[in-house]
Design a protein around this ligand. Sequence first.
Ligand code: PLP
Length: 435
Amino acid sequence: MSHLFYQGRGRKPVLDQARGVYMWDKDGKRYLDGSSGAMVCNIGHSNPNVLAAMQRQMEKSTFGYRLHFETEASEKLASKLAALAPGGLDKVFFVSGGSEAVESALKLARQYMNATGQGSRWKVISRQPSYHGSTLGALAVTGYTPLSAPFEPMLRQMPKIPAPRAYLDGRDPRDPASGHHYANMLASAIEAEGPETVAAFIVEPVGGASTGALVPPAGYMERIREICDRYGILMIADEVMTGAGRTGRFLGSDHWNARPDIIVMSKGLGAGYVPLGAMIADARLVEPVLDAGGFAHGYTYAGNPLACAAGLAVVEEIEGQALCANADRMGERLLARLRGLMQKHEVIGDVRGMGLLTAFELMSDRDSKAPLPKGLNAYQRLVDIAYDKGLIVYSRRTRDGIEGDHILVCPPLIVTDDHLDEIIEGLDAALSQFA
Ligand code: PLP
């Protein structure tokens, strides 16, 4: 009997070893990690340079509390992230995961408003569907009812605008009119709420688990930036999944001329070697908060030296192995291969993504975009079939409240053409069995 529990009762095989893009369970069965865990292990498993950096740090010190010491590792990683972030975003706050990073951004936005005489501004608008984490603050901006409904009395739900799912609405994602159409919904929401009450808008540059690699339509991010400026609200980019090279650039935000005020990262930053997250903020926000008495927020493990040493080594691997460029190149090939599968398998209704954040969506009718029948749990069935065949992919129900299924295919950024062949063969076999 196991004393562990997570979401349900299902037991999983016991993990024994993992190297590169492969993992092995205790029975010796091999899996190709086609989702990098939960889009985490961007540099692949057991990278020797990262392990060596962790070993060196552990031999020096394993913990130094942030109120007692700075550490070389946290200083260096902060400088590195400030250098990689858009100009002006050069204040870094470390945490241990994505939800903590989002909480930090919500609190910084609120404290900035207090510190600058705008105390009536506290609402953070977000999108439906979206995923920003599982702590109560992050859940209040998460647009995914099945996760938030049980906690409704404990939450202060924040206003939501529809995510820009042009493919479902019959709009052309390449047409800037589509991007403007969805972005203008932010202006309407701000007007409806009262601009003097709104502090920020939070957005996943490319949608992750909630919308399945949803790439914003042309013109969307730029118009969002314009609207935030027009109303004096902050733009928070949730790059927990898109950061650390996943979309083919170091940050997802690097694809658009729409510089956020705050960026949050996690997943690929620690790459599964350590729990690590970061908030990177514009100094213009941080300074008034520090002047007004300090940032009223923090975690015991913030800036943990082992986590920061590992994070620094991870970023050095991303740079040293040119993994953003590889994600860009392999992502294009993977998307083309997934479109090939779509020709063969009717059940695939849409293929989308950017870099190695790619997905396909299962539908019962491609033209009408009708979802698969309710209760089929098709996404889970397909993932389970692939898993049995030794291919790990990731899924979530896309359409809130309705049955709609997407499968994320997001291998580590070190993938080669041979790995792509293996992924596509595995998916093809799983889809054939599924039909
Ligand atoms: N934000 C986004 C965009 C995410 O994808 C996730 C996790 O999937 C989170 C926040 C929450 O991160 P964590 O699970 O590390 O708390």
